[in-house]
Design a binder for this molecule. Structure first.
Ligand code: ZN
Length: 860
């Protein structure tokens, strides 16, 4: 590249192209630390070029693409170099130990434990001759100078995105400003040894009520603190008037853990007047030293529990892997759920064909701002992983090993995939299964909209590879009549029957020993004991899923009254990839999410063919069509036979089909679908469509037969309001549960809450049953099959022999899915590989028995 002497001819050239320069405003996005199409950074060889019109950055490789797209001529070139830190600077960093759970915030785990700082060289580059004008250069025209200054000063878009997420989200309590403090009848001693619970006399986990001066035990937390909850009981006993408590052992000159018991807060909060409120009780914040672990520190401790070691294969000397297919993903702060799900998805060669092989075309046809284009962002991360090209940033948390590995920082991807979603846009930990569903939904929408940019994607969306059908065969025990309900799913969700533990004897002995130990401990002579974990065979989980379930109060149309029915779920198709979710999490009566401590040896080979649905058997009869107590919302469709507009099915054809054993509704559909042409044609249609999910549903009021489901747009099925959904969501119910409950309760949130709680023990099963017997489960079926198309008919499902091979595992460690850590294991070329954020290594003991999500590939 020619370094230009800044003479008049060069300045003339700059002026000639000056019109294209745009000074970025405060609200404009400036991309200056990552190429739009790859993970090249200013540190990468060749640096980055920032387009002064669009403020988008490109490395040398992708400059040409930008040229074709924008014909821009003026770029700001940035090349950064590492300068080692001094001894003093290194020492200072060592002193700042993590004391917050969040990663990347000040005082939290530092993401980039750098032993260097960056120095950046900049130049204005003028195309097409690649003339280089080193900066600063005061002779440049004013407009160009202001543009360069604005770009330099602007927070980069990725920085803005990461900032919003990671601060520990504690809000200022609304009770803090005018907190009532009763007359100070006591002085809290400054010496921690003198603190004790006013009720129990215990000396740990003590909370001072800032209003009353009462000291009480906290509730049990994180399985570490002991506690009876005296502080909480005191709040109740004093008429719920004094909600703010401070944890005594956590007070430092910088603050303390303050909790609000007020129902609308019920969380850790900030008290801006804490120093004054403490002084009222004689505590001088400035002199306090932290004696007890803060909540955040307890969470950190929990990360080093045994489970953590097992799943991350800690202690084993794992051989690091790098290069194509072995690229780690930077943890952006609690984003390991996303990293793990991405690594699992990349086990599919189909995705490489669509997003890696066609990446150049996807980039070339990207909209003006590629950062908001999902196909571009997904291709960008996929290419980096596939080709082993990460950024030149120092991999986080690997600094001790001193091994350089390319890592990918999927910040732009995360911002985009979480956009508009209250949880996935936040910096909080998430449920990987929920995120997987969300990602598939976003992917499907993008693929649907992509048109020629992703050839074939609209017809064969990625989701299709996971979708499978289930058949719920519901047989009235009295009449023997059968009803077959077909549904589309993406996850095979398995409950864990703890009573089926194969080591029950050992467990019982262990529990006995534990009780004895407890006594010995009180006498001070307990010996260590090996922890015994319940071990439930995988087949027991599968059997539980497939078992006959007796349903009482079944409205049997054949019997004309309520009877009992046996429900038997089976697979009606076997997709190319099967996602199995082990339901390790459950809610306690208080709504707290807990995790089952259990091992399930999940097999590497799986044959599900014995669980294939057999359809209607010879000699069996279907239930007649009177709907099973359709909720009012759904019955609109059925209850509108009065002169519906449009063509009517031919009665003779319908009667003949019914006499052949098909349902009346299905027969009507068939007659309409073939234009009432002939019974034969209608019968042929029936055989092609009998597995449609809506085959037995009443015709929509318009009288039109649909080949897909009418469920999605079923007339009269009201869409639950976003507010209702979010209310139930806040109570801990997932979207599918909320939708189905609302549909069953005509949209009444209050009744839906009762409905959900009364089914608490067996919520998922009950929800599925409600969905199955309701034609208004449109939203529900969408949630089950995140594709945006409720009309996914059985005919569209991919199918093959039900023999599978395990290719990936996502495991979670921690008490529940809102905290803890996820890692992913993927089988690549016959070798299991562990992906633990940016760390990638050959796995020695994949956690087959401790996983949360399992990805199986069909053998044929
Ligand atoms: Zn690039």
């Amino acid at each position: 590249m020619a370094v230009a002497t800044v003479d008049d001819s060069v300045l003339d050239l700059v002026r000639k192209h000056m019109r294209e320069v745009k000074v970025p405003g405060n609200y404009d996005r400036v991309y200056k630390d990552e190429c739009m199409f790859c993970f090249a950074s200013p540190e990468s060889p060749g640096g980055l070029y920032i387009n002064l019109a669009t403020h988008q950055a490109f490395d040398e490789e992708h400059m040409e693409l930008d040229q074709q797209r924008t014909s821009a001529m003026l770029y700001l070139h940035r090349q950064a170099r590492r300068v080692p830190l001094s001894e003093a600077e290194l020492k200072k960093r060592e002193d700042e130990k993590p004391n917050k759970m969040a990663i990347g915030v000040k005082g939290g785990f530092q993401l980039d434990e750098k032993d260097y700082r960056l120095e950046t060289e900049e130049a204005l580059v003028l195309l097409p001759a690649w003339l280089r004008i080193p900066l600063p250069c005061p002779e440049l025209p004013e407009l160009v100078l202001s543009c360069i200054t604005a770009v330099q000063k602007h927070d980069s878009a990725s920085h803005q995105a990461s900032l919003s997420a990671w601060h520990e989200e504690r809000r200022v309590s609304k009770y803090a400003e005018h907190l009532e403090q009763l007359p100070a009848t006591r002085n809290i001693p400054m010496d921690p040894k003198e603190w004790k619970c006013d009720e129990t006399g215990l000396q740990e986990n003590l909370w001072l009520n800032l209003s009353t001066g009462f000291i009480g035990c906290g509730r049990q937390q994180y399985g570490m603190d002991s506690g009876t909850g005296s502080a909480m009981k005191h709040y109740e006993a004093t008429g719920r008037k004094y909600p703010l408590v401070v944890k005594l052992g956590t007070i430092t000159p910088h603050g303390a853990d303050v909790y609000s018991y007020a129902p609308e807060e019920d969380d850790m909060v900030l008290d801006p007047h804490l120093a004054r409120h403490l002084a009222h009780w004689g505590i001088d914040m400035i002199q306090m030293e932290k004696t007890e672990k803060s909540i955040a520190e307890l969470e950190i401790d929990q990360n080093v529990a045994m489970e953590f070691d097992k799943i991350t294969e800690a202690g084993a000397h794992l051989k690091p892997l790098s290069g194509p297919g072995f690229v780690g993903l930077t943890n952006l702060g609690n984003s390991c759920y996303m990293n793990s799900v991405l690594q699992l998805l990349w086990a599919l060669p189909e995705l490489h064909q669509r997003y890696v092989d066609k990446a150049a075309h996807i980039f070339k046809t990207a909209p003006q701002d590629p950062a908001v284009d999902f196909a571009t962002q997904f291709a960008k991360v996929s290419v980096a992983e596939r080709l082993g090209r990460g950024s030149w940033r120092m991999p986080a948390l690997c600094h001790k090993s001193n091994t350089w590995q390319p890592t990918v920082r999927p910040q732009a991807f995360k911002s985009l995939v979480g956009k508009g979603h209250s949880e996935f846009s936040s910096g909080r930990q998430q449920d990987a299964q929920e995120f997987f569903g969300h990602l598939l939904e976003v992917l499907s929408r993008a693929e649907h909209a992509a048109g020629s940019r992703l050839p074939g994607a609209a017809a064969e969306p990625t989701t299709r590879l996971f979708k499978f059908g289930t058949e719920d065969r519901i047989q009235c025990t009295e009449t023997g009549r059968v009803r077959l309900i077909l549904r589309c799913r993406v996850f095979c969700t398995l409950h864990i029957p703890m009573e089926a533990a194969e080591n029950r004897n050992e467990l019982e002995q262990f529990q006995e020993r534990q009780q004895k130990r407890q006594k010995l401990k009180e006498e001070g002579s307990a010996a260590a004991d090996e922890h015994v974990t319940p071990r439930v065979p995988f087949t027991a989980c599968l059997e539980m899923w497939a078992a006959d379930n007796l349903v009482d109060g079944y409205s049997s149309a054949a019997a004309g009254r309520k009877t009992q029915a046996a429900k038997r779920p089976r697979f009606s198709s076997f997709p190319p990839y099967l996602l199995v979710q082990m339901l390790r999490y459950y809610r306690t009566e208080t709504g707290e999410e807990k995790k089952l401590d259990v091992e399930i040896p999940v097999p590497e080979e799986l044959d599900l063919e014995p669980l294939r649905a057999q359809g209607l058997q010879a000699g069996e009869q279907l239930q007649p069509d009177a709907p099973d107590e359709p909720p009012a919302a759904a019955s609109h469709g059925a209850a509108a036979p009065a002169a519906p507009p449009g063509p009517q099915p031919d009665d003779t054809i319908v009667a003949q089909l019914v006499s052949m054993g098909f349902s009346e509704n299905g027969s009507k559909r068939a007659a309409l679908a073939v234009g009432n042409s002939s019974t034969d044609a209608a019968a042929t249609w029936v055989f092609d469509h009998i597995e449609d999910p809506d085959f037995n549903d009443p015709l929509p009021a318009s009288g039109k037969a649909s080949t897909g489901g009418v469920a999605g747009g079923g007339p009269g099925a009201p869409e639950p309001s976003a507010e209702s959904l979010s209310t139930l969501g806040d109570m801990g119910f997932n979207e599918r549960q909320a939708r189905i409950a609302l549909a069953a309760c005509q949209g009444s949130v209050e009744r839906a809450v009762d409905w959900l709680f009364s089914r608490h023990d067996n919520l998922d099963i009950e929800v599925e049953e409600a969905a199955a017997t309701s034609t208004s489960a449109a939203g529900g079926s969408m949630a089950a099959a995140p594709s945006g198309d409720a009309s996914a008919s059985a005919a569209q499902l991919l199918d093959g022999p039900g023999q599978y091979e395990l290719v990936g595992i996502v495991s979670h460690m921690g008490a529940n899915t809102t905290c803890g850590h996820y890692v992913c294991h993927v089988k690549k070329e016959g070798q299991w590989v562990i992906f633990n954020d940016e760390k990638v290594a050959a796995s020695q003991h994949p956690p087959f028995d401790r996983g949360y999500l399992y990805l199986y590939r069909r053998r044929q």
